[in-house]
Design a protein around this ligand. Structure first.
Ligand SMILES: NC(=O)C1=CN([C@@H]2O[C@H](COP(=O)(O)OP(=O)(O)OC[C@H]3O[C@@H](n4cnc5c(N)ncnc54)[C@H](O)[C@@H]3O)[C@@H](O)[C@H]2O)C=CC1
Ligand SMILES: O=C(O)C(=O)COP(=O)(O)O
Length: 410
């Protein structure tokens, strides 16, 4: 086949933002991709649009907002890697409709978040944030008032997914009782007990920890009413997403001492890098432990994330596999050592497969293997084909009205 529509590796451009770990850079380079730009922070929308010109593979963390407008400006964008767990920062539907799979690292920082929260549980139950602040001011708050062992206390977990369930196991190891609320039926690991509702968790727990994703349902899920439902003197931890908690309502609950303390790692609005000022109503409150969204920021997690997500981007580029994509039909593909591989992403409309197959039969090219997965709006079909005129096939596929994009791998 003529290689006219395929792209040699030195013409494939990677842009990695937000200080993605060096292991990602090494992994991409080791796979033969040398055209790589790396930035230590997120870019503001204008700069991001400019930076994306000609970029095929984009790597981000939680601070880069990839909106429809940004996607429209990204003329060559082929795939996005979120070097983190959350993918709410990307307009996933808009990306899929443009034929762009989005990958993440679903497990690589789970443990780091669970460990941080575990530490915060003890810190909050002992009133350490305010004692620490007082000591910095020269005060000596040596008192047992309001200080508790965690043994025998109840931890309420909202969102019993990977992080929530890992935390539950660790907390049980410290002798805590664990209750949880999730919208999906979950295996109650260890002695954890599912509660009948969010309210039951809030009412029964000595300390509540949030581990839900950012969705329409979870945004603002902990507001004035939910905070009022929590026990007087209880504590709240949020290391999930900033918009899950109504911060002014939380500040009020802390000021009135209805809540005894909070540890907050994520905020509705976060600085894009170290040069931007962090603004929050919670600043200056002694009983609040504030951390700069570092739940997943350990060397171990960042290295694992780097290898996981860089590997997924490279695999999609080299082989077309979309396994692990969070917004896209998942196709697992074997290597294509002997055959040529053609990828076709299309709107999922009647007759598309027939049109695709006709392009091959009219060109007299035999399809050796064909792989197809669909979502309601988008289909992804991969053909391994015997030698033939690649240019004719690609042009034929591009002429199908439902085509979103085609790629040719050799
Ligand atoms: N602070 C940090 O640095 C980090 C924060 N995160 C955040 O933590 C979140 C959770 O991570 P994982 O546990 O890996 O995700 P996961 O997807 O394994 O678990 C989330 C759980 O929340 C449940 N859920 C969804 N909507 C709910 C609702 N309305 N009410 C109750 N439960 C609901 C889901 O059914 C699921 O079981 C991520 O989406 C991310 O936003 C993740 C890693 C690091
Ligand atoms: O993994 C996640 O979802 C996180 O929130 C971690 O985000 P980060 O990579 O530290 O910007």
């Amino acid at each position: 086949m003529a290689a006219k529509h395929s792209l040699p590796k030195d013409k494939i451009n990677f842009l990695l933002l937000e200080g993605v770990h060096d292991r990602a850079v090494e992994s991409v380079r080791r796979s033969g991709y040398e055209s790589l730009r790396v930035e230590s922070t997120a870019l503001e929308p204008g700069a991001l649009k400019e930076a994306l010109a000609g970029v095929h593979f984009l790597g981000i963390r939680s601070r880069s907002h990839i909106t429809e407008e940004i996607l429209d400006a990204a003329d060559k964008l082929t795939a996005i890697g979120c070097f983190c767990i959350g993918t709410d920062q990307v307009d996933l539907d808009a990306a899929r409709k443009r034929g762009i799979p989005v990958f993440n690292a679903p497990y690589a920082n789970t443990r780091s978040v669970a460990e941080l929260v575990l530490a915060e549980i003890i810190m909050l139950m002992r009133g350490i944030p305010e004692k620490n602040m007082a000591a910095h001011r020269g005060e000596w708050l040596k008192t047992a008032a309001g200080s508790h062992e965690v043994r025998g206390k109840t931890l309420g977990i909202v969102g019993f997914g990977h992080i929530g369930s890992q935390l539950g196991i660790l907390a049980e190891g410290m002798g805590m009782n664990v209750i949880f609320h999730d919208i999906v039926d979950k295996l109650p690991l260890g002695n954890a007990r599912p509660a009948s509702s969010l309210t039951e968790v809030l009412q029964q727990a000595d300390i509540v920890s949030l581990h839900v994703p950012d969705t329409d349902q979870t945004r603002g899920m902990i507001g004035k009413r939910e905070l009022a439902a929590m026990q007087t003197g209880s504590r709240l931890i949020n290391a999930s997403r900033g918009k899950v908690v109504d911060i002014p309502a939380l500040a009020e609950a802390l000021k009135s001492h209805h809540l005894a303390g909070a540890a907050i790692d994520v905020f509705p609005s976060e600085p894009s890098g170290p040069d931007e000022t962090f603004v929050s109503e919670l600043r200056g409150m002694d009983n609040v432990l504030l951390t700069p969204h570092i739940g997943g920021s350990t060397r171990e997690a960042q290295e694992n994330i780097a290898l996981d997500v860089a590997g997924k981007l490279v695999r999609y580029s080299d082989n077309g596999s979309t396994m692990g994509a969070v917004n896209f039909p998942e196709v697992a593909l074997p290597d294509h050592a002997t055959a040529r591989r053609i990828l076709h992403i299309h709107r999922n409309e009647p007759g598309v497969l027939q049109a695709v197959n006709s392009v091959f039969s009219e060109a007299g090219v035999n399809i050796v293997a064909q792989y197809l997965q669909t979502m309601p709006d988008v289909g992804y079909v991969v053909m391994d084909a015997e030698t033939g005129d690649a240019t004719r096939i690609i042009r034929g596929l591009e002429a199908i009205p439902a085509t979103i994009r085609t790629r040719y791998l050799y």
